[in-house]
Design a protein around this ligand. Sequence first.
Ligand code: PEP
Ligand code: MG
Length: 915
Amino acid sequence: MPTSRLNIQATSGKQYIYSFTEGGAEGDATMKNLLGGKGANLAEMANIGLPVPPGFTLSTEVCTYYYDHSQTYPEGLFEQDIPDALEKIETALGKKFGDPEDPLLVSVRSGARASMPGMMDTILNLGLNDTTVEGLAHRSGNPRFAWDCYRRFVQMYGDVVMDLKPQDSKHSDPFESILDEHKKKKGCSLDTQLDTDDLKAIVSAFKAAILERTGQEFPEDPHVQLQGAIGAVFGSWNNERAIVYRKLNHIPGYWGTACNVQAMVFGNMGDRSGTGVAFTRDAATGENIFYGEYLMNAQGEDVVAGTRTPLKIRHLQEEKPDIYQQLDCIRTRLEQHYRDMMDIEFTIENDRLFMLQCRVGKRTGLAAIRIAYDMCKEGLIDEKEALLRIEPDQLNQLLRPVFDQKEKDRAISEGRLLATGLNAGPGAATGSICFSARQAQEVKERGQLAILVRIETSPEDIEGMSLAEGILTERGGMTSHAALVARQMGKVCVAGCGELDIDYQKGEMRIEGTDIVLKEGDSISLDGTTGEVIQGEIKTRNPEVIEVLADKTLKPEDAPTWQIFDQVMQWADHYRTLKVRTNADQPEQAELAVTFGAEGIGLCRTEHMFFGGQRIDAMREMILADDIGDRQKALEKLLPYQRDDFYGLFKAMGSRPVTIRLLDPPLHEFLPQEDAEIEALAKKIGMAFHDVKTRIDNLHEFNPMLGLRGCRLGILHPEIPAMQVRAIIEAACIIKKEGHDIIPEIMVPLVSTVRELELTSEIIHKVARRVMAEQEIGVTYLVGTMIEVPRAALTSGDIAKAADFFSYGTNDLTQMGLGMSRDDSGQFLPVYQNYDIFPHNPFESLDQEGIGRLIKLSAKEGRSVKSDLKLGICGEHGGDPATIEFCHTTGINYVSCSPFRIPIARLAAARAAIG
Ligand code: PEP
Ligand code: MG
């Protein structure tokens, strides 16, 4: 190498490699985009003097270069830059890469901007070959250790770089089969029982298998090994599981990954060595305790793979008090430095502690809110930062059901407690046992709930995990893949449940020490908060926050989680400027929404009020009426129902604003379709079957969403909005007489021209004046419109002249703006997302570039006519944090969402305001 280096230019002056060594690094924690999370934090730990083995990071720009240039590297990278960086490690440690006497060994790991646990590849012990293994054996005085490292390296390299994998899911891993064969021959069950000669034989067998199956020799040259490993790491950015993970977590493909090459330290050197992972606080509950696991005489992959169940960190305090003490100091140091809960990886080599990784720890929603709250109280962060630390959607976990305690106690007293594992992801889940991700998908497609049951999970299971209600594993600890991913997804998870004996082939699971056998499809329940696995279904119950706020079965003073939640919500309310309303059409819904913090109703869909009991009959009679006289009679029957509905809503909302939308959907949606139902209806309203059927047929539309609906209904049949307005104003008059001041906001749907709004407004004002005269009392009311047709958005300047407010109906605006049916897009949107046509489902999170542009234009034009024009959003996007941020920056006054999303919206609005 050194001779050729003289003649070759380094990589065109651009820095692609960043070195780090204890006490100093070329990078730091702010450089995540370039160095990936792992590389940036290794540099940071080195900078603050933590014991980090030396190494270097190939930046994400190498990865993007690699993909932009047909999988080749910047010129000079392997000829000069990497050898230079290796030399720095060699100097720091006094060892040489490939030295037969005292070889430097390295690890090669991926590390993207955002952590993607287990998604990409890692190779350890690189630099070993038939010669250097002898040097390592000699230097360490431990030949068994050296051959164990070599065995692991050949296995990892063969798998990751040379792609020697099982032929299909029925075949086992070729390396594991060889290992098992040797163990069987020797009559032992543990890897640790294999001696040096066994390991030598295994290495030979591994190499022979590689040659036989790939036609290629295992490379002996450490530099060739290094180039292969780096290629595999960059290649793994685009493996299938990484792509799935990126999609689920909205990580763009263009980011690329960095690649970290670092001197090896060995946790598998014997009983004075070990390796572990830990969180500086409990990642499941947020409690301020040191939470971790470790294994002695092991390498990193043994802990995360979940194949051996590790020990709790408190045992380390007894086993190695000095190391524990050092680790505990590092824990405090890291929290003070990063001002966050950190997730760390460490190795002990012959009683010396090394830090291999640190990153901001993933946490459950419960932990996120508690850690943010505690750290604020501890003075580590301020209120604003505390709010920024909680992802709005994480609040869902505080609003998620738990088991009905009585039902659970009964199940346990009936002997249905099958086993107890680790409480890896809190919450309660119940569903059918599925032994594979595919089964979970099938169960979900049948509309049932799935519990994914696996011996241990691997990243390939990720899609199944996202579909399942809960995840149960036989092996693995709190930091195993299953536990990490489940917590991140907010899934219920019980991990490392050793009493289970799962047999995929037979599709069954036995419970150790009993004769209980559970089959695929049987019901099972998981308590992810206690780790209990229970046979059969158990009803779930609302969590503490819901018990306090909605059920009122728990007093606030007895509910510590609620207290934290409440404080965080108060902070959010202090910082946000955007108002949060709810979509509700029942008084109970409205009351619940108020307890969640709703500041008004942004959308009451009056059509929901026409279902049930006698009201649907009166509604159908109205629709089927032959002439205006008959229609009027039916409407008179509906009037008292509507008046009571509105009265109930106004009462529930106190003096808060209530937006009531006039009837919107096409009339045929209210009519029966089956002959038997038509027959029954005809009898009830005294019409002939044939007449009813003909009328229904006449109302049939080819494209009802673009047909006779919205304001068009009222323009054709003014008596319908007249009845609704009468009901609204009568209810408001009654409320006013009772001493409350309510300002109803009457909203006209599906307007596309100002003339439609003007015509409908005339009806509204005429009826309102008449009712107020009859009631001998005046009420203030507003008349506004939905902006949900693109033409309305484009002519908002005109429309604003006739409107007191606009409410963006982003469901229809998206549907019409994209020309994409909101009911039928499920068929093609997943494919669209695969092709990155839309990064998110545009019916969930606003298409800000397109539909958002319409909204911005509309808001600007509307406000240029009326500077105080009130603007709201009431489509489903109103509860989506990204859309809420958009609304904040666009100057919208309020968002409106379903009651359970109100806390999420309050937090999202505060985060948007904080910026
Ligand atoms: C909308 O279109 O966004 C809206 C709120 O109305 P609906 O969903 O009832 O059509
Ligand atoms: Mg609509």
